[in-house]
Write a protein that binds this ligand. Structure first.
Ligand SMILES: Cc1ncc(COP(=O)(O)O)c(C=O)c1O
Length: 416
């Protein structure tokens, strides 16, 4: 039996916290501090892309003459930031008023609030797999029954989803489905337009919420001809059309973490009013409100007009880094490690030969001072698989080239 007591005489932890597994990515942190390590592991934006000057100006403005910046704020968020975020979403083709969205402490909190409001132990939740690990972790802690939905190079497979829904007994009807349609974490895929339509139709037909988690959509790369292809419609926009004034089943989450700075911890949620209201009440007990100081800095930054140029710099830089990574792997590891070039975002998903033992490769990589996230972190059952996630966002091109050399040495070592 599991010992649920912290120490003799003290009360037991709850069942889920008796022997909790930590985040598989955060568990890699000790390796990061090893001298000389090049990390392709975390989804950290490049520090060289932070607009420190613009943020300093925004912070100075936030601090002058605005008592509300240093005060508690409304749980839904500061009106000035909610207005700026509604304007940002309209640039993404999503129509929403400031009142339809709430500010959250990172988009991570938004998902956590949804889980609190919707999920009881044993409830079925559909998750695209491979999936963002923190989503899996939140669902495990809520004791959800996680049902994986497979992906391919065009994102979540809606045919497989339709079949799965047909087969699920009525008692296991899902409450929600989680997806990152734009440059998914970890696969880097962009969900095809026709699948967006099919997914929202299924949500309307079977009655479940779709969580559209979109921190990466603006980081879209140019095509080979130099043009930036248009983005397919957001699921939320498809939902507006299909729901035609009824309940839009799509909950849209986004964040300033990947395009401005994660330290702001500013994310947001756009959802049907019944759901939003309950998430607001859930947030009241979590942190009362997202830091008004951070919110005001974010609002002033968005109002300053510097945001589009900051995103553009990131798109150009990340595309170069992605190309260095994919070309390096193709040139040095052809036949042993396979990967596709993503059309945006921060991640390359790679599959390596079955003859290479995943643990031996990870150990060899650490010995060669290069770090990646082993694929098992992205699967609900943590199965040991011949896959890995490589992030090209934080290291620069020379570091990426060096990292690929080290990876090639690690592969050679692991094959011995
Ligand atoms: C898919 C996805 N959702 C949410 C988050 C969390 O973002 P935030 O910093 O806004 O909490 C991340 C961060 O890596 C992510 O990759």
């Amino acid at each position: 039996m599991t010992d649920t007591r912290p120490q003799a005489g003290m009360p037991a932890f709850t069942a889920v916290f008796a022997q909790p597994a930590g985040s598989p990515i955060r568990e890699l942190f000790p390796y990061l501090s090893q001298p000389g390590m090049i990390s392709l592991a975390g989804g950290y934006p490049s520090p060289s892309l932070f607009d420190a000057e613009g943020l300093a100006q925004a912070a100075a403005q936030a601090m002058t003459g605005e008592a509300q910046t240093l005060q508690y704020g409304a749980t839904e968020g500061l009106p000035t930031l909610r207005n700026a975020l509604a304007a940002l979403m309209s640039e993404r083709g999503i129509q929403a008023s400031a009142e339809q969205l709430m500010v959250t402490t990172g988009s991570q909190q938004a998902f956590d609030l949804l889980v609190r409001v919707l999920i009881e132990p044993g409830d079925t939740v559909l998750v695209e797999v491979p999936a963002y690990p923190a989503t899996l972790q939140a669902l495990r802690l809520a004791q959800a029954s996680i049902v994986p939905v497979p992906m391919d190079e065009h994102g979540l497979q809606t045919d497989a989803l339709a079949e799965l829904l047909r087969q699920l007994p009525a008692a296991q009807r899902p409450k929600l489905l989680y997806t990152v349609p734009n440059f998914s974490n970890p696969r880097g895929t962009l969900l095809a337009s026709e699948r967006r339509e099919a997914l929202v139709q299924l949500a309307c037909a079977y009655g479940f919420w779709v969580v559209e988690d979109d921190p990466y959509g603006e980081l879209r790369f140019d095509a080979d001809d130099g043009n930036t292809p248009p983005m397919p419609s957001a699921l939320r926009t498809v939902g507006d059309r299909l729901a035609a004034g009824g309940v839009n089943p799509v909950v849209y989450l986004s964040s300033l973490s990947k395009t401005v700075a994660p330290a702001l911890r500013v994310g947001w949620m756009l959802a049907d009013s019944s759901l939003l209201r309950r998430c607001t009440i859930a947030k009241q007990t979590v942190d009362l409100c997202t830091s008004p100081l951070a919110q005001m800095v974010a609002a002033r930054y968005l109002e300053s007009g510097r945001y589009p140029a900051t995103v553009q710099r990131a798109r150009i830089e990340y595309q170069q880094r992605m190309q260095a990574l994919v070309q390096g792997i193709t040139a040095r590891l052809d036949g042993l490690v396979q990967c596709a070039a993503p059309a945006g975002g921060m991640f390359v998903w790679a599959t390596f030969a079955q003859s290479i033992d995943p643990q031996a490769l990870f150990d060899a990589a650490v010995s060669q001072q290069v770090l990646y996230v082993p694929g098992k972190a992205f699967y609900p059952d943590r199965a040991q698989l011949n896959t890995m996630r490589l992030s090209f966002a934080a290291p620069d091109v020379p570091q990426i080239e060096q990292a690929v050399q080290r990876l090639a040495t690690a592969v050679a070592l692991a094959m011995r």
